[in-house]
Design a protein. Structure first.
Length: 328
């Protein structure tokens, strides 16, 4: 029922018109269509991920069954030998070590940039700086790789010698055969690549902090840093974790830049200044073209492990964010 006013100003009841019923019905149909579309999209993503996993397992199983070395603990990589012998221990170690060093380097810098843009920089400077940081995320990996190979590697050689000569008592900086094409150099390049991702997401999270919280802190006499520490960082903690994990996911799967910067060498070592090393992505990029049937299967098997590592990292990030829902 709807109401209408007659010429005397009195309100009388009138039956609902067809237009009203049609609009309400259309709204309900639209809601159902939207629900079906969003649910289908989510299921489609899961189907794609499952299809990728099935494909990797299917292609990797024949060579894994023929492998005569321990796939998880062996450092040897000779999948095209007779019989094939290969393992992922060195690849997994190099991938995880370089990615976590990159994350440790990039995260504080990225969060500092995000805080500066959000709360310290003048409006015009903040807009320009935010644009530049976002633009860094669009630079192709090959550009970072070329820059790292022809410029950064030569500079990191002196840095490696300095760190090795003065801080060799720290296990990471010890060892011999130090040089520019090391795990540390690859980690710094990765840190520069993931910095804009972490910074952009963190900045958007900081800008979502309720204005009332910020003004209340300042009204109580807090300095700008105290306001950030007490009001901004607790609110954005889950967002910062998500940004860091997203950056870590890119670092884990980065291929071209690491393959160009890092020289291939066998063996697991904690000495990040030593020239040489290997990662999943770099090994796939460097050896896929010359690999035989077993070699391609072994590379696909290593890709499956990298897929699982990335999944575990993302699941861990989701678990951390779920524990901080009160700040979302």
């Amino acid at each position: 029922m709807t109401s209408q006013t007659d010429i005397d100003g009195r309100t009388i009841a009138a039956p609902a018109g067809r237009g009203t019923r049609r609009r309400a019905s259309t709204g309900r149909v639209g809601d159902r269509v939207f629900l079906i579309a969003t649910r289908s999209s989510g299921i489609f993503v899961l189907v794609i991920m499952a299809a990728i996993a099935v494909f990797l397992v299917w292609k990797a199983m024949p060579v894994l069954s023929a492998n005569k070395a321990n796939f998880l603990s062996s450092q040897e990589w000779s999948p095209d030998s007779t019989p094939p012998r290969f393992g992922i221990a060195q690849l997994a170690f190099g991938t995880v070590l370089s990615s976590f060093i990159a994350l440790i380097i990039a995260t504080p810098v990225a969060i500092g940039i995000a805080l500066f843009i959000a709360f310290y920089a003048p409006r015009k400077v903040a807009g320009a700086l935010g644009f530049v940081v976002d633009l860094l995320a669009a630079v192709p990996s090959i550009v970072y790789g070329l820059w790292g190979l022809h410029f950064f590697v030569t500079k990191m050689g002196g840095v490696a010698e300095f760190l090795n000569g003065n801080f060799s008592w720290i296990p990471l900086f010890g060892g011999d055969s130090v040089g520019g094409r090391s795990i540390l150099t690859a980690s710094v390049v990765l840190a520069i690549m993931i910095l804009p991702i972490i910074s952009s997401i963190s900045r958007e999270v900081f800008l979502q902090v309720p204005r009332a919280n910020i003004e209340a802190s300042l009204a109580l006499g807090a300095t700008r840093w105290e306001m950030i520490r007490l009001s901004v960082l607790p609110f954005g903690r889950s967002g910062m974790v998500s940004a860091a994990m997203l950056g870590l996911g890119r670092a884990l799967g980065e291929t071209i830049a690491v393959a160009m910067v890092l020289s291939t060498a066998s063996g697991i070592t904690l000495h990040v200044l030593k020239e040489g090393g290997n990662t999943f992505a770099a090994n796939i990029a460097n050896t896929f073209a010359e690999a035989g049937a077993n070699g391609r299967g072994a590379l696909i098997a290593s890709g499956l492990v990298l897929f699982l590592i990335t999944m575990i990292v993302n699941m861990a990030a989701r678990a951390i964010v779920a524990r901080r829902k009160e700040f979302v």
